[in-house]
Ligand binder design. Structure first.
Ligand code: UDP
Length: 350
């Protein structure tokens, strides 16, 4: 299992991919697989952890220098272990683009989970390298945006260890938004909806490099220390209590969200999610059962007033089996079996 070099597993704060990779390793180990996890220094897992870099890089996410160094060292390690009589069957890659581009450099098949959106650039990239890796989508919405002719090996949703999250049937008087301060994640629209509904809003998340201008322009002027508050990046027990005590979690996205871990995290705590019907939100939110799908800030405000109709226990149940790490691991297991018994099913059709 090849995790990115940025943040340890499990992540102390921000880190959706790291959380997913950690839970997937646990699920695979429980199914009886022998798993080695190549990850950022400081990682812990039931899998065997191997750290090939001297330090992690939480503030340099996406810097190619570190990604290439990490992946190249892992590929060398894989070769060495094979030479010593301990070959792997499969490399399952979650780390940017490097391993896909270099997949023909190693002797074992590469399964690559698509964690990001298909853009013009990433679509061209995947088309170019499609015949040397097995590509797996994390939602139907993401799969539907794959470039024409690109064959994927399947759709396997992200896992969540529901028992790690506190269930809270009674809520406090605030709504919550947690994410990156990218325009398309919609923190500014959460503010508008909360103001319209006249409820308190707590915002949490890192301001990553490049997001400062958006934060200063769209968020900072609205922070009043009372109705709209920004808590910075949150993690651990504090983050879980924030999710568990919220009346509702707001997801006013304006992009094809490939998955959106924050939605299933809220639901695991019995907190309904009110989302715009974009990307995987349409697959994760089951209107009336674990939240609502709404079209704009006004209807989001109206939905906030109606969250009392949602049963918190039903919210938690809606994600418990569906995204259980063993269920998700079994989904990947089926793909691994195909990978080890046939040639790549991906490639570009025609
Ligand atoms: N997160 C966190 N602290 C923060 C903000 C986010 O721990 O201050 C976590 C959040 O709980 C989730 C992940 O970071 O597990 C974000 O994943 P998601 O899929 O929602 O969004 P991405 O940023 O990967 O698009």
């Amino acid at each position: 299992m090849l995790a990115p070099p940025w943040i340890p597993i499990p992540p102390p704060g921000y880190g959706g991919i790291e959380l997913v990779v950690g839970a997937l390793c646990e699920g695979l180990v429980r199914l009886g697989h022998s798993v080695t996890l190549f990850a950022a220094p400081g990682s812990r897992s039931s899998a065997t952890v191997r750290e090939v870099l001297p330090r992690c890089h939480p503030y340099e996410i996406g810097h190619s220098l570190y990604e290439i160094d990490h992946v190249a060292r892992v590929l060398a390690d894989i070769d060495d272990m094979a030479d010593q009589g301990n070959p792997f069957d499969i490399l399952h890659d979650h780390c940017g683009f490097t391993a896909v581009a270099l997949a023909d450099r190693i002797r074992i098949p590469v399964v690559h989970t698509l964690h990001g959106p298909f853009t013009v650039d990433t679509s061209a990239f995947y088309r170019h390298y499609a015949d040397q890796a097995w590509l797996v989508a994390i939602s139907e919405a993401q799969r539907a945006t794959a470039p024409p002719g690109l064959r994927l090996s399947g759709v396997v949703p992200n896992p969540i260890e529901v028992s790690d999250w506190p269930f809270r049937p009674t809520k406090e008087d605030y709504v919550l938004w947690v994410g990156r301060f990218e325009h398309f994640k919609g923190a500014h629209r959460a503010i508008a909806a909360a103001r319209e509904a006249n409820v308190r809003l707590l915002l949490a998340g890192p301001i990553q490099p490049g997001q400062e201008a958006y934060f200063q322009r769209e968020i900072a002027p609205h922070l009043d220390g009372n109705q709209v508050r920004y808590l910075g990046e949150v993690g651990g027990g504090r983050k879980q209590q924030l999710f568990a005590n919220a009346r509702a979690f707001l997801m006013p996205i304006s992009w094809i969200e490939p998955f959106g871990m924050v939605m299933v995290e809220a639901m695991a705590c019995g907190t309904p999610v009110i989302a715009f019907p974009q990307g995987a939100a349409t697959e994760i939110v089951q209107p009336g059962l674990n939240g609502f799908l709404v079209d704009d800030e006004e209807t989001m405000a109206a939905a906030i007033a109606n969250v009392g109709q949602i049963d918190p226990a039903a919210c938690r149940e809606s994600v418990d089996v569906r995204f259980n790490p063993e269920v998700v691991a079994a989904g990947y297991e089926a793909i691994y079996r195909r990978v080890t018994t046939s040639r790549p099913a991906t490639g570009v059709a025609g």
